[in-house]
Design a protein around this ligand. Structure first.
Ligand SMILES: [Zn+2]
Ligand SMILES: [Zn+2]
Ligand SMILES: [Zn+2]
Ligand SMILES: [Zn+2]
Ligand SMILES: [Zn+2]
Ligand SMILES: [Zn+2]
Length: 501
């Protein structure tokens, strides 16, 4: 290989990396300013949150001249509202301390040794007992105290209001809890307080992904709140809506999505049969099973090619005649009787639901495709000169595909509630372009491996991935812009009645 071609290869790989690194970011910050309908956000680690919490405590304890442990209980009592804490304490310090369950004098908690002690909880009499007394009136053996706290923390999930087990009003401080429970339980207790701290703040939320200990900070003003979908991306890779905490549901706004999810669960019986993974060939009626995310079906028996969604001829799907995403309202007439109206409404709902649920299922099937693709990538590395980095285009292509399917899925939840006008024509056009591009990419990724055509396939997948991703950005940004500019009209009837279109 000449030095020239070496250079060429390096360039190509870098270009790939640049493209993939930016797939999550819809705008290049160096080239374009962030549009108004995108939110600014910051991902915070557990350590950052801990130090934020520490600062609040130090500040309050120095302003009010209180011991740290007292400041902690006080801040928790006022749900970490600093201003309220200061104001109320200044008004009447004694009353506030009593209300918050704080002992007015603080001393280091210590385990005491009592001769001939009978514990009021377990009733065991010991010659020399290890015991603990928080309030000065209720003394128990340390085992009972520890068991009481562990049950509260671990079983009942209680951390905010741990009081003396004697039934008095005093709230136990952190040093006491630490003294009496095991390290594991104390860690749990600390995490619970960290979570409470965050849940009391309006502009910080925990990442809802399981086992993720990051939080996201996002400033949402009430004036823009209704006009945008505050989608954020955690450093764990989970993309979610800061408002409703559901996974990325762009382009459909939270309120519309909520309606849609309710409708789908109300109508689940009607729509259930649709989610089956088998259908009949429209030509020869042979049973066909779907085992990939791709909607281009070929009947094994009669070789008829058709669309899984609408069962229409596939030939029309690759062309400008494609209208699989459109609900055909031409048959509708204003004088439909009540029965055919409700049938029409159901058909309309099923049109959107089928496409919504189909993308969801395709995403699941494509998770399985990932395993196949990984095998393919290994095979290529063993039988050809392709290196690990040079076969990554398969995986990245699949990532782009999944992201786009997710967007498409939610376009149908959105579309169901949209009143048709000139803007929705553009929306449907964007939806159609993305549908077409996504199906092409899906076919390329599911293609059986042919080593001779590999370099050609690689180029096709790379090009398609870039193109598909650009279509996704166009759709997401245009819809978000429309939302921000209040461009969308929704059908007045919750049912999305066709009489209103
Ligand atoms: Zn006891
Ligand atoms: Zn007590
Ligand atoms: Zn996360
Ligand atoms: Zn949301
Ligand atoms: Zn057939
Ligand atoms: Zn179709």
């Amino acid at each position: 290989m000449s030095s020239d071609s070496d250079y060429f290869y390096e360039e190509e790989d870098n270009a790939e990396d640049d493209f993939y690194d930016s797939t999550h970011d819809d705008y290049d910050h160096f080239k374009e300013a962030k549009p108004e309908w995108q939110v600014d956000f910051k991902v915070l680690s557990a350590q950052t949150i801990e130090s934020m919490l520490g600062k609040e405590i130090t500040q309050i304890s120095s302003i009010l001249g209180l011991d740290t442990e007292m400041a902690i209980i006080l801040l928790r009592y006022f749900s970490w509202n600093k201003d309220k804490t200061i104001e109320r304490y200044m008004e009447d310090p004694e009353k506030v301390l009593v209300d918050a369950g704080i002992k007015d004098e603080f001393s280091q908690p210590k385990i005491i040794y009592v001769d001939n002690f009978e514990c009021p909880i377990c009733c065991v009499i010991k010659e020399k007992a290890e015991a603990f007394d928080y309030c000065g009136e209720h003394c128990y053996c340390t085992q009972c105290y520890s068991r009481y706290l562990t049950t509260k923390i671990v079983d009942e999930g209680e951390a905010r209001n741990l009081k003396c087990p004697g039934g008095c009003k005093f709230v136990l401080n952190d040093k006491t809890v630490k003294l009496l429970v095991s390290n594991d339980v104390y860690t749990k207790y600390e995490i619970m307080h960290l979570r409470h701290f965050i849940s009391d703040l309006a502009n910080i939320k925990w990442c809802p992904a399981p086992n993720c200990d990051h939080a996201v900070e996002c400033q949402l003003s009430s004036s823009t709140k209704e006009k945008l979908i505050p989608n954020v991306l955690c450093s764990c890779g989970f993309s979610f809506c800061f408002n409703c905490l559901l996974s990325d549901h762009r382009p459909v706004p939270c309120s519309i999505l909520k309606k849609w999810i309710k409708k789908c669960s109300d109508d689940s019986e009607t729509a259930n049969w649709l989610s089956a993974n088998t259908k009949e060939c429209p030509k020869c009626q042979a049973t066909i099973e779907k085992n990939g995310g791709c909607n281009h079906m070929t009947c094994k028996k009669c070789k008829h090619e058709f669309c899984w969604i609408c069962l229409g001829d596939w030939k029309k799907h690759g062309t400008t005649y494609y209208e699989c995403n459109l609900f055909n309202e031409s048959e509708h007439s204003a004088v439909l009787d009540a029965q055919s109206r409700s049938r029409k409404q159901l058909e309309r709902y099923l049109h959107f639901y089928t496409r919504y649920i189909n993308h969801e299922q395709s995403i699941k099937l494509e998770h399985k495709l990932m395993e196949k693709i990984e095998k393919k990538m290994e095979e290529i590395q063993q039988t050809t000169e392709y290196s690990w980095i040079e076969v990554q285009f398969f995986k990245k292509g699949l990532t782009v595909l999944t992201e786009c399917r997710n967007v498409l899925k939610y376009t149908y939840a959105f579309g169901y509630y949209l009143a048709r006008n000139n803007w929705t024509l553009i929306f449907e056009e964007n939806q159609k372009d993305l549908e077409l591009a996504v199906e092409c990419l899906a076919e390329l990724l599911e293609k059986p491996l042919n080593v001779q055509e590999l370099s050609q396939l690689k180029q096709q997948i790379l090009d398609k991935s870039v193109y598909v991703d650009s279509r996704r950005k166009i759709l997401v940004n245009d819809t978000a812009k429309g939302l921000f500019e209040d461009r969308w009209d929704y059908l007045p009837n919750e049912e999305g009645s066709i009489s209103n279109v």
